[in-house]
Write a protein that binds this ligand. Structure first.
Ligand SMILES: [Zn+2]
Length: 275
């Protein structure tokens, strides 16, 4: 009966990691990537304020969560929409930019994939080109109540824009779940004078959001496990009400407690109907 002990230890880990501290300020020591070793003061109020929300929030049962891919789903699959005449050069330039994002953030974020014509899988970031007068890039994203993202659809105004580090990085950050900010110098500043790559603060806040989502995932996992445990406890309780009898099946199974006896008694009774 090791399972209850295991559950208790998981619970303490989960609640320590998701204590609802997302809104409070903290220091973020950057663990990996281009700025590894730097420490950034996280002001999540600044990052989620109206009109400047690098970190978007979704509420689940009063629990505020940052909109982003769950780290367990990363790297996210990225595919070009078929039939857009993306050349090998276009693809290589695009993927060089994505690899630079990964190197800056210090995480594996993207994985190349293909989608067949007409298919629209929700768990793939689909990159498309279309003429958008006055707009170089546009990203559509959906997120669920728990702020996990899906149906990321990224559009660039032309194939040439697949070579633009600033625009590709900006749109792919949207595809990961992040919004615009004017709170710091950021790839997510709107306007043409934005930096061309991820800044120190961009990396810190992105890592902070993924780390927070990782805690939320542990919390979600604990909730699932806890429900399963409730059901299990319920069935054990029912079986406990059965009379505890000596049974040869206990000896055969090598199990001596009443719950196991009830189970085996029931199982034998059920199999008996097939005689
Ligand atoms: Zn944007």
């Amino acid at each position: 009966m090791l399972r209850p002990v295991l559950l208790v230890s998981l619970a303490s880990v989960a609640f320590a990691g998701s204590s609802g501290a997302q809104m409070s300020d903290s220091m973020w020591p950057i663990p990996a990537g281009a700025y590894a070793g730097r420490v950034v003061a996280i002001n999540s109020n600044l990052a989620v304020r109206k009109g400047s929300a690098f970190l978007r929030l979704s509420k689940l049962k009063g629990d505020k969560r940052f909109v982003a891919w769950n780290p367990s789903r990363l790297p996210a699959l990225v595919a070009f929409r078929p039939g857009r005449a993306i050349s090998a050069d276009d693809s290589a330039a695009f993927w060089m930019i994505l690899m630079r994002m990964e190197a800056d953030i210090g995480m594996r974020l993207f994985e190349p994939a293909t989608v067949s014509p007409g298919s629209d899988p929700g768990d793939v970031i689909v990159v498309d080109t279309r003429s958008m007068p006055g707009d170089d890039g546009r990203t559509y994203l959906t997120w669920s109540n728990d702020a996990g993202v899906y149906d990321a659809r990224v559009f660039f105004g032309s194939r040439a824009i697949l070579h633009s580090q600033r625009i590709v990085t900006h749109e792919m950050m949207h595809a990961l779940g992040f919004g615009h900010t004017s709170a710091w110098s950021s790839i997510m500043n709107s306007g043409a004078d934005a930096p061309v790559s991820l800044t120190l603060e961009d990396v810190a806040y992105a890592q902070y959001a993924f780390d927070s989502r990782s805690s939320s995932e542990r919390h979600d996992m604990w909730e699932r496990v806890a429900l399963a445990n409730d059901r299990e406890t319920g069935s054990v309780t029912r079986m406990d009400r059965l009379p505890c009898r000596t049974s040869p099946f206990n000896v055969l199974a090598g199990i001596s407690d009443c719950v196991a006896e009830s189970y085996f008694t029931g199982a034998i009774g059920a199999s008996g109907t097939s005689h």
